[in-house]
Design a protein around this ligand. Structure first.
Ligand code: S3P
Length: 445
């Protein structure tokens, strides 16, 4: 499925209190991984709560093109019959990952451990994103890039290794995508593949590999890092995967409830893996009323119910080491910061420049066109909160779902409406965002 070329603008207006109880869609990171590990396992993997957004559907198509049998068996319910570790077949056509860096990079890792050639492609946003960070370690393991656009950009063709080499790899940036690509390639290598990260990134790949039967251990490394070792050539067994609600999607109704006066919302089944909850920690430091209850877990992934009430927020300083646990949430945090009293300083945001768009610039522009004083200083973003946002701006979404949703959330509480130029990309991660928010009381026109 490709996102339409026609732009679909939308305007968000100051809304009455948001009220209700919702479950946002399944976690995107876990959904990609369930399909990929299901495709590499022997036997059937049954997934419930899969995110049926365009990014994940592209991964499902890619897994089918590589030889797995994928079938939708009900609403958000999928079955995958895998080919076994190292068993992918060469796809007949290029694999199109649309807007998704995660789908593309994890699939590159999985392909790198199989003796096949596959061409990877994506939309204009994905074609502009760096792939060298993934290709460098995969080449060390024996894969080869046989064709690519300039600078290792997409479209590119990867020849997987016939005899992948296990290795010890230190990731140059805290990135779960790099770590996961190396581990997925390491599945086919004889011996132990180790990834060392200076700062821990989301560990869904490690948890799910263990759930599928791999021998994988993770130990602390330095002050904030981890050392992860995977024993290669396991037999992965198909498994049941229950996908919890995505905290990165929950972030939008959650911040909306904090800034729209009188709001009181319940978000159910939200994944609370501590490597994903930096936003909740930060918002609580800002004074947000977020109550967690009913903690439970499935396959190592914790989840809980969150009750969120409108709150008076104050500016805070967000330390750089928190970035990996909230890397996708800075846009919507910047919206909360604009409604807070006082200055919020978010430190160490270099990675935001290589997401679906340059999110550091895009966040600053989104706020600026709506009358908020904002500054980028090196890799830091500084927002001067004044307790209210003038609004009235038109926000450029740059093919980035999270810019669109953040700007629409801002418009629900700003003095004048906020308009976004294109909502089409919201379908990559949160297809029901607009109707779900309307159901809670949001006014979009
Ligand atoms: C993801 C990792 C993050 C994040 C992305 C999803 C994942 O990227 O931004 O949305 O599922 O592994 P990096 O690992 O490159 O930081």
């Amino acid at each position: 499925m490709t996102v339409s070329d026609r732009q679909t603008p939308l305007e968000a207006r100051r809304s009455p209190a948001l009220k209700g109880r919702v479950r946002v869609p399944g976690d995107k990171s876990i959904s990609h991984r369930a399909l990929i590990l299901g495709a590499l396992a022997v036997g059937e993997t049954r997934i419930s709560g899969l995110l049926e957004g365009e990014d994940v559907l592209n991964t499902a198509k890619a897994m089918a093109a590589l030889g797995a049998r994928t079938e939708r068996t009900g609403v958000a319910a999928w079955s995958v019959r895998g080919v076994g570790v190292g068993g992918f077949a060469a796809p007949a056509a290029p694999l199109d990952f649309g807007n998704s860096g995660t789908g593309c990079r994890l699939a590159m890792g999985a392909v790198a451990g199989c003796p096949i050639a596959a061409t990877f492609d994506g939309d204009a946003s994905l074609r502009s994103r760096p792939m060298r960070r993934i290709l460098d370690p995969l080449e060390l393991m024996g894969a080869r890039v046989t064709a690519s656009a300039g600078g290792g950009r997409l479209p590119l063709t990867l020849q997987g290794a016939r005899d992948p080499i296990p290795m010890v790899y230190r990731t140059p940036v805290a990135s779960a995508q790099i770590k996961s690509a190396v581990l997925l390639a390491g599945l086919s290598a004889p011996g132990v593949t180790t990834v060392i990260e200076q700062e821990a990134s989301r560990d869904h790949t490690e948890l799910m590999l263990a759930h599928f039967g791999a021998d994988i251990v993770s130990a602390p490394e330095g002050a904030h890092g981890r050392r992860i070792s995977l024993t290669g050539q396991p037999e992965l067994h198909g498994a049941e995967v229950v996908v919890p609600a995505d905290p990165s999607s929950a972030a939008f109704p959650l911040v909306a409830a904090l800034i729209v006066p009188g709001s009181d919302l319940v978000l159910t089944d939200v994944m609370t893996n501590p490597l994903r909850t930096g936003l909740f920690t930060t918002l609580r430091e800002m004074g947000a009323a977020i109550e967690e209850s009913g903690q439970r877990g499935d396959a190592g992934e914790p989840m809980a119910q969150l009750r969120v009430r409108a709150s008076k927020l104050r500016g805070v300083e967000v330390p750089p080491e928190r970035a990996p646990s909230m890397i996708d949430e800075y846009l919507v945090l910047a919206v909360a910061a604009a409604f807070a009293e006082g200055t919020t300083i978010m430190r160490g945001l270099k990675e935001l420049r290589v997401k679906e768009s340059d999110r550091l610039e895009a966040t600053a522009d989104m706020l600026r066109v709506n009358g908020v004083a904002v500054e980028i200083s090196g890799d830091d973003l500084i927002v001067a909160g004044k307790g209210h946002v003038p609004g009235g701006g038109l926000v450029a979404t740059h093919m980035d779902h999270r810019i669109a949703m953040s700007a629409l959330v801002m418009g629900l509480a700003s003095d004048a409406p906020v308009k976004v130029d294109d909502t089409a990309f919201i379908a990559t991660s949160f297809p029901d965002f607009v109707p779900m928010m309307r159901g809670l009381g949001a006014e979009f026109a």
